[in-house]
Ligand binder design. Structure first.
Ligand code: 4NP
Length: 162
């Protein structure tokens, strides 16, 4: 069997957007029976929340959709990630800029915006919900789940089901 496709989702704190994206991706990947074909992780460009679980609002928003992200723990993006992962998928353009700034030359991992990479509009971002309300967290979930569905669909189309 081929090596799995390895995806790393990156945001600023790794407590809101990227753990929600990791949860949505894992859930859609499992649902499609692709758990051994696609590997998913998440990280933050910042280090403020390293070791912490996701924001309680992110946990609650995912739980309302039947996805448990409470056991995830924040970590910071590090240089080896660019060698391990095939794709480093960013939540917004600030993340994209920060990620590109630390990407080592010659690494195999490519960098993109998650929503754009998943077939969404060019330049489409996932807005930071940290200082927002439930509506913002719901919007993040809708965006990451749409992206997760598209990733799974594209994987099946191009590389075949299990
Ligand atoms: P995230 O949200 O990047 O989606 O995890 C944030 C979390 C924490 C902070 C900013 C954004 N912060 O400044 O601590």
């Amino acid at each position: 069997m081929d090596d799995p496709m390895r995806l790393l989702v990156v945001c600023l704190g790794n407590i809101c957007r990227s753990p929600m994206a990791e949860g949505a991706l894992r859930a859609r990947i499992e649902e499609a029976g692709l758990g051994r074909r696609i590997e998913v992780d998440s990280a933050g460009t910042g280090d403020w929340h390293v070791g912490e679980p996701p924001d309680r609002r992110a946990i609650a928003t995912a739980a309302a959709k039947g996805v448990d992200i409470s056991t995830l723990r924040a970590r910071q993006l590090h240089e080896q990630d660019f060698h391990h992962f095939d794709w480093v998928l960013c939540a917004d353009r600030n993340n994209l800029r920060d990620v590109r700034a630390i990407a080592p030359a010659g690494a195999s991992g490519r960098v993109a915006l998650l929503r754009e990479w998943a077939g969404g509009d060019k330049g489409a971002e996932i807005a930071d919900p940290y200082t927002g309300g439930q509506r913002h967290f719901d919007e993040v979930w809708a965006q990451v789940d749409t992206a997760a569905l598209a990733v799974v669909e594209r994987f099946v189309r191009h590389r075949g089901a299990v």
